[in-house]
Each structure stands twice: as C-alpha cells, then as structure tokens.
Write a protein that binds this ligand. Structure first.
Ligand code: GDP
Ligand code: MG
Length: 259
C-alpha cells in the first residue's frame, strides 16, 4: 500500500538490525491509521532487508527504502524525512529499529503533532513514578550530561535531545534544516533542533521554542546490541560542541543582521 499523506510518516533507520527487529513490536504502528512506516535500510550487510520485507508483506502496509551504502543514522533519517515530505506527508518523524521507545509512545507523539499547533514533538526519557525508563546507569549519566550541554548550547530548556523518537510538522524551517547533510552521525538530533530554532538560511522564519514540545515517554527500555561504541560517544561529544558553536555563531549573525 502506498503512503497516506494524512498519516504521520515514521522513518525507521536500520543498520544490520536483522536480529533486533521484532515484528510484534511494530504491530501497533502498522495498524494505526495515523501512521505510515518507512524503513530505511542503510546498506546493511546482514538480512535486515529480508526481515523487513517479510514484516511488511505480513502487515500489507509500510515501505522499505534501501540505501546502497552505509552512511550512518543521521543521513538515513534525513533521506527518509525528505522522502516523506516529497510524498506530501504533512508530518514526518523517526523511531529506532529496536523500538526502545514503546509503540504506544510513538503513536502518542503522532497524535500530539497532528492535534496541536506544534512544529515538533520529541520523546523525553524522564524517570518518574508511573513511567518505565530502563537504561544502564552509565548510559543514563552520559545521556544526562549530553542533554544538559545540548540544552545550555541551544539556550532552550530541552530535557532529552537523544531519545530516538521525534515527529515534525512540515514547515519551511524543517525543509531548510534537512537541506544539507548533518555534520555528526549521533549528535544530529541536536543539530536538527538547532537548525529549526535558528535556520541556516536567514530568510527562513525560525521555529519558536514554544512550538517544540517534549512528551515524557510512558515506556523506554534499552535494548541490548547498541551500535553506539565508546569512540562514537566521544565523537558525538565533540560533534555536540561544534554544533553548539555553529548555532551560537548563526544566532549572533541573525541578531547582528536585525540591529
Ligand atoms: N541508518 C543507520 N542507522 C543506524 C546506524 N547505526 C545505528 N542505526 C540505527 O539507529 C537506531 C539506534 O541505534 P542503537 O544502536 O540502538 O543506538 P542507541 O539506542 O543510541 O544505543 C537503530 O534504529 C539503528 O538501526 C547506521 O549506521 N545507519
Ligand atoms: Mg537502542
């Protein structure tokens, strides 16, 4: 079945996910009339494409887009989001292939972006009574430091930039943000938010922080088999500092232009 533009297109970036892809985890997304799924296979060398094709055939819905060569999560997501916008989807987003963010939460994100006057809705892993957030202590601490630096760098009170589930409404600022490749494979979520808040093209209207909403997840459970290595964490940290510096530079340039 083809894409339904009234549905929120959810991009699922996949790199060698044959073992982690669980068809049952996607069932609520595949049956939801508010969602359309696009799996982007990023040059996997295992049976990812076969597993996804089987899953889609069984569901009778959803699409698979195969990139010939591995280019990293950031580029796979960017390609998928652009594909969705070109196909006329008014809302596009992404979620991890391991479905660490529960399907119910992804559906809630989609409803929130469709219902409200918001430019983006991003899932936030807030550990609190009544919700289930399970991740290793070290990843939690590293994640909290990363998100705090990102928040200070962007100058907005964002709590969690790195949860893998986010949805966006079509907007000139979004199209501008996706026009150029991201500079970092893992810190691209921060770069995307920064590009929305202060577009690289000064002629584009920025997204007001009040139009970006964080939705605390009801369930986020770390799935073993992460591809994020300690070296990638260091690269992501350095990438974050560069993204924040570029963002500040753009802000200064914009303010200078308005003086
Ligand atoms: N397209 C693409 N996706 C990737 C790559 N590496 C990881 N991913 C995807 O990014 C998502 C999160 O990956 P994961 O290894 O679970 O990272 P973590 O949850 O941050 O530890 C999953 O959907 C992966 O398939 C890559 O090189 N290319
Ligand atoms: Mg994961």
């Amino acid at each position: 079945m083809g894409a339904v533009p009234e549905a929120v297109l959810i991009v699922v970036p996949c790199f060698n996910e044959a073992r982690r892809l669980t068809p049952a985890a996607f069932a609520p997304l595949l049956v939801s009339p508010d969602l359309a799924l696009l799996f982007v296979d990023d040059g996997s060398t295992d049976d990812t494409a076969m597993v996804v094709e089987r899953l889609l055939a069984q569901a009778g819905t959803g699409q698979l887009h195969r990139l010939p060569k591995n280019r990293g999560k950031a580029e796979a997501v960017r390609a998928g989001l652009l594909f969705g916008l070109e196909r006329g989807h008014r809302w596009v987003g992404y979620a991890d292939a391991d479905m660490a963010t529960s399907a119910d939460d992804v559906v809630r994100l989609a409803h929130t972006v469709k219902d409200g006057d918001v430019a983006a809705v991003i899932a936030a892993r807030v550990q609190m009574l009544g919700s289930r957030v399970e991740r290793r202590f070290t990843r939690h601490v590293v994640g909290r430091v990363f998100a705090t630096v990102a928040s200070l760098g962007l100058g907005v009170p964002v709590y969690d930039t790195q949860c893998g589930a986010k949805v966006f409404a079509d907007d000139p600022a979004l199209r501008c943000a996706l026009a150029r490749p991201f500079s970092n494979r893992w810190a691209f979520d921060v770069e995307l938010l920064g590009r929305l808040l202060c577009p690289e093209d000064p002629a584009i209207e920025p997204v007001a922080p009040s139009r970006i909403r964080e939705l605390p997840v009801q369930s986020w459970v770390d799935v073993p088999g992460s591809k994020l290595r300690p070296t990638s964490m260091v690269a992501a940290g350095l990438g974050l500092l560069r993204i924040c510096a570029d963002y500040r530079w753009r802000q200064d340039r914009t303010r200078g232009g308005h003086r």
